[in-house]
Design a protein around this ligand. Structure first.
Ligand code: BGC
Length: 359
């Protein structure tokens, strides 16, 4: 079959290749891939900064944001049928630690987990993949066209879910949330926070005319441009920040965010930054603010099955509340043979997908 692969650790090796067809075990299903989404992690893998091939292979099939349709059902599989639209999770358990043993692979403590399309396991940028249904989620037909957003949404669901869980440490009545960054993660976070009943403020660098800004406003969020203002200036226009989600991809912004959080506030960091940037920071001030204000800062990666389920439910709510808004997040749908238009060039728009199966 055809697949889009890289040689991990090397820059600029993305290519479409012929690879062996997957061979589903009796307890697995074969899924025909419909579409994959592209994100910063794919770009970093293509730049050789991230990613690891499965044992015994030099190449890695990339792609982790996915949607497909079941093509074949193994003879030992019950309750799944051909034609079912599915989204697969990304991380697979290490087989050793307590958390992976209980389905919380996203909280693996051994570091020996694998991630499809990222680390030690082939991904979904291929015509087919084989998988155990334990790692699949059924997608209602009405969401099929936007279901490729479920994996990034699961990241948001986990970050917000964990923020609420952390804040059970006291009586928390959050009102104001700030989202830093207006990419797919930032906009999805704004949507989930609105659904949870919070006032959401999206802060990013785009000018008012940008489609991201229109989308943020369509979700009922306030938009503030950070193009010519510091975070400290912006903070003056906002009520005390109870919950902040950082999704700009810039670590300096994470440190700025720590300094504008309201009393008892929680900051969830979602950006994976594989650079080596160094900066001077006011560490006494940051430490004092965290201590004297009971503030929490935490990082969050990946998501488990529960968060995918929350994402499916929230997608249905979003479609009802703001019809068509999820579709508007997908600004470019490329035939997958044109993958070079995204990997090799300046990127525009919000989410780009590769439409697979169109060789
Ligand atoms: C993926 C996560 C993954 C993380 C780190 C993100 O782009 O969405 O599933 O855990 O990268 O590899």
């Amino acid at each position: 079959m055809k697949a889009i692969v890289v040689t991990p650790g090397q820059h600029g090796t993305v290519r479409m290749d012929d690879v062996p067809d997957p061979e589903p075990a009796p307890h697995e299903v074969a899924v025909s891939v419909l579409r994959v989404g592209l994100c910063g992690t794919d770009a970093e893998i293509a730049d050789g900064l991230f990613g690891e091939a499965p044992a015994g292979d030099r190449h890695l099939i990339i792609g982790h944001e996915n949607v497909g349709v079941i093509e074949d059902v193994g003879r030992r599989v019950r309750g799944w049928r051909r034609g079912q639209i599915v989204v697969a999770t990304v991380r697979r358990p290490c087989g050793r630690c307590f958390n992976c043993g209980r389905g919380e692979n996203d909280m693996c403590t051994s570091g020996l987990f694998s991630e499809r399309g990222i680390r030690r396991r082939h991904g979904y940028m291929a015509q087919y993949y084989a998988e155990s249904p334990a790692f699949l989620h059924r997608i209602p037909k009405a969401l099929a066209n936007v279901a490729v957003l479920l994996e990034p949404l699961s990241i948001v669901e986990k970050g917000i879910d964990h923020s609420f869980r952390l804040q059970r440490r006291f009586l928390w009545k959050p009102r104001t949330a700030v989202v830093l960054g207006a990419g797919p993660i930032g906009l999805l976070a704004a949507a989930v926070l609105r659904i949870r009943g919070l006032d959401a403020v999206v802060i990013s660098r785009e000018p008012d005319s940008d489609p991201r800004v229109r989308l943020a406003r369509a979700l009922g969020a306030q938009y503030l441009s950070a193009a010519d203002r510091t975070m400290e200036d912006l903070q003056k226009e906002i009520d005390p920040i109870d919950l902040a989600v950082e999704a700009t991809g810039v670590s300096a912004v994470a440190f700025d965010a720590m300094q504008v959080l309201g009393p008892n506030g929680v900051l969830c960091l979602l950006s994976v930054t594989s650079g080596r940037t160094k900066a001077e920071e006011p560490i006494d001030r940051i430490n004092e603010m965290l201590v004297l204000g009971n503030r929490v800062v935490f990082g969050s990666v990946n998501a488990n099955a529960r968060h995918f389920t929350m994402g499916i439910n929230d997608m249905a709510v979003m479609e009802k509340k703001w019809p068509g808004v999820l579709e508007r997040l997908i600004t470019t749908r490329l035939p997958w043979t044109k993958y070079g238009q995204w990997f090799g060039a300046a990127r525009h728009g919000i989410k780009t997908t590769l439409e697979v199966g169109l060789v």
